[in-house]
Design a protein around this ligand. Structure first.
Ligand SMILES: NC(=O)c1ccc[n+]([C@@H]2O[C@H](COP(=O)([O-])OP(=O)(O)OC[C@H]3O[C@@H](n4cnc5c(N)ncnc54)[C@H](OP(=O)(O)O)[C@@H]3O)[C@@H](O)[C@H]2O)c1
Length: 269
């Protein structure tokens, strides 16, 4: 199953910054309508302005809410119906991380990651499937972190492993319904992600060696949209990330564990 993004009507979560804002800007020139959501209204307004500069005829709806809560998701779905928005593309992009160990984490931040990265993604997908115009498309943003257990980012990596597994199964379920599903697993990408994930006490995760994997959000999004257009079920954007993902998945756990242990020990001295 593939999906042509020309004249699409897309709902984008996490559209107020980073990859979500870039999806909006790259779809803007050829889309018919965009429905952009995030919590920060002002940041959404700025993305809207940028999109209208690219395509003044584009219809853009904004809705600020917290999709990590039942109330926020309920209000969002009600607003989508209220404004008569009929999407044929859903981009589940909103997500967050937390740098540091599980033992020293704040329980609320552990929960926030699970609620946003997994619960919101699954329940929004479930709610939108019956309303998605056919042929339709779904892009789920996972992470290269989904290929590894990651000490000092344990819940984030596990939540993204969930997203990748969920998306691959969903792609098979929805193909007969003419809905294409692409799961995107970016490596480190310069956005607000690190700012949100960093802890106030300074506890961090070891990000050594990430330089070779880093590509700009523009490239991540361009490759993601190209993957959806050709019906690719799972994408690792950028050559470095593709090679790293292949290595991480092929390396037997018995060899991987000492490497992860050494990396973790290095990060904590
Ligand atoms: N950047 C990376 O290195 C990287 C690597 C791999 C995967 N990813 C994934 O890429 C996706 C996009 O992240 P990004 O890198 O673009 O980071 P970002 O710049 O921090 O963007 C995150 C977006 O999610 C929204 N969001 C966060 N919590 C929300 C909530 N409770 N309710 C509604 N919206 C919420 C934020 O909007 P508000 O702040 O306005 O709510 C923002 O628009 C995430 O799923 C992330 O896990 C990122």
């Amino acid at each position: 199953m593939n999906f042509d993004t020309q004249h699409c009507r897309a709902v984008i979560t996490g559209a107020s910054s980073g990859l979500g804002a870039e999806f909006a800007r790259q779809l803007a020139p050829t889309a018919t309508a965009l429905y952009l959501t995030g919590r920060r209204q002002e940041a959404l307004e700025a993305v809207k302005t940028a999109c209208l500069t690219l395509n003044p005829a584009l219809q853009i709806h904004l809705y600020a809410c917290d999709i990590a809560t039942d109330e926020g998701r309920g209000a969002l779905l009600e607003n989508v119906h209220h404004c008569g928005f009929q999407p044929n593309l859903l981009i589940n992009n909103a997500g967050m991380g937390d740098y540091g160990t599980v033992a020293s984490a704040q329980a609320e931040k552990l929960r926030a990651q699970m609620d946003l990265n997994m619960t919101a993604l699954v329940l929004l997908t479930h709610a939108f499937i019956p309303h998605l115009q056919r042929p339709g498309g779904i892009i789920n943003i996972s992470s290269l972190a989904s290929t590894l257990p990651m000490p000092a980012m344990a819940v984030y990596a596990a939540s993204k492993a969930f997203v990748t597994s969920f998306s691959e199964a969903l792609a098979i379920e929805l193909a007969p319904e003419s809905i294409a599903v692409t799961c995107v697993c970016p490596g480190p990408t310069p956005t607000r992600f690190s700012q949100t994930a960093r802890r106030p006490d300074g506890e961090d995760t070891d990000r050594g060696g990430q330089g070779a994997l880093r590509i700009p959000p523009q490239q991540v999004v361009a490759e993601s949209l190209a993957a959806l257009r050709v019906g690719q079920a799972c994408l690792y954007p950028g050559l470095g990330v593709k090679i790293a993902a292949r290595l991480f998945r092929l390396l037997p756990r018995i060899f991987l564990r000492p490497l992860l242990r050494r990396r973790y020990a290095k990060g904590t001295v």
